[in-house]
Design a protein around this ligand. Structure first.
Ligand code: C5P
Length: 303
């Protein structure tokens, strides 16, 4: 039986993201294209005595029960039909993916934990059970069991693998501020005349004609780029528009906000051009990283 397992949890970017409307459960109906990139957190699971522990050098990283790693551990135990609370494992997290950036770091850590702990604790689970557990942890988590290029529907949790895109270099710039996903969707609601009765989750109501809203949404999309959340995030944080423009001016063949931000990315054919653009935008949270196809993503995930 292994004493420990080290896994890589890769970040994602959203090549595009359409918000199609609000769902009865308060979430938003999406159509998005996910893409893995090589930027990753590294998680080491070691069998230890005593309670379940999460360790991280970054003091801003929560190490208590609120962390999705902890919740994923609870899910694995539930799947094993053992009802007890997680214990006997310390998880060390090398946190490289900035938090609240739209790069899916927390969700990727959760998916990596599901994979690692089913192995370490020898829990037999079907793919369907694992996907179900992933969706219960968060809308983006099922994608991270898949990797590569994939389409996400519903809350983003219904995932269909696509043929991988041609390899590209990605410049990712994460501004100093973070964006809460919940808040970004609330901004989208406000911009589209959607109100929630009594602020209650699951009570979304669309005001105005659906068809007209959609058409208007489409023309706005044309102006605002491939990500429907970009316009509402850029309205509060104009740096987003500036970053997208700079990346495009300096050779990106596609540039956009990722998820609900705050990260902005640009795709480049050539590494040298990507590096030159990154130098212009250099800062502690600027990354140059290749896209990862599904096969490499899976091979490299088991470090
Ligand atoms: O699923 P997750 O916890 O990552 O989502 C965070 C928040 O983002 C949700 O509570 C919800 O407010 C919002 N969200 C949404 N529609 C989605 C995904 C997330 O409204 N498809």
């Amino acid at each position: 039986m292994p004493r420990g397992i080290t896994v890589r949890a890769f970040a994602k970017i959203n090549l595009d993201l359409q918000v199609l409307g609000i769902r009865p459960d308060g979430y938003h109906e999406l159509r998005t294209t996910f893409q893995s990139v090589a930027l990753s957190d590294v998680l080491t699971f070691t069998k230890t005595r005593g309670p379940f522990r999460i360790e991280c050098d970054d003091p801003a990283f929560p190490t208590d029960r609120s962390n999705l790693i902890w919740k994923a551990a609870e899910r694995v135990l539930r799947l094993s039909r053992r009802r007890d609370i997680p214990a006997g494992v310390t998880v060390h997290v090398e946190k490289n993916i900035p938090m609240q950036s739209g790069l899916g770091g927390g969700s990727s850590d959760a998916a990596a934990t599901l994979r690692a702990l089913t192995l370490l604790w020898r829990v037999k689970v079907s793919d369907a059970e694992l996907r179900h557990a992933a969706a219960a942890l968060g809308a983006d988590v099922p994608y991270f069991l898949e990797g590569g290029t994939a389409l996400g529907f519903h809350r983003g949790d219904l995932v269909f693998p696509l043929a991988d895109i041609a390899p590209a270099w990605v410049v990712i710039v994460v501004p100093e501020f973070g964006v809460s996903t919940k808040e970004a969707f609330a901004w989208w609601d406000a911009a589209h005349g959607l109100v929630r009765r009594d602020g209650q989750k699951g009570r979304g109501r669309r005001e105005g004609q659906d068809g007209r809203d959609r058409l208007e949404g489409r023309s706005r999309r044309h102006e605002a780029g491939a990500n429907d959340l970009q316009a509402v995030v850029a309205k509060r944080h104009p740096i987003v528009t500036k970053l997208v423009r700079t990346l495009t001016t300096h050779g990106a063949f596609h540039a956009s906000l990722s998820g609900s931000g705050s990260a902005v990315f640009g795709l480049f054919r050539r590494r040298s051009v990507a590096q030159a653009a990154a130098r212009l935008l250099s800062g502690p949270r600027t990354f140059v990283t290749p896209t990862l196809d599904r096969k490499r993503c899976r091979r490299l995930a088991a470090k």
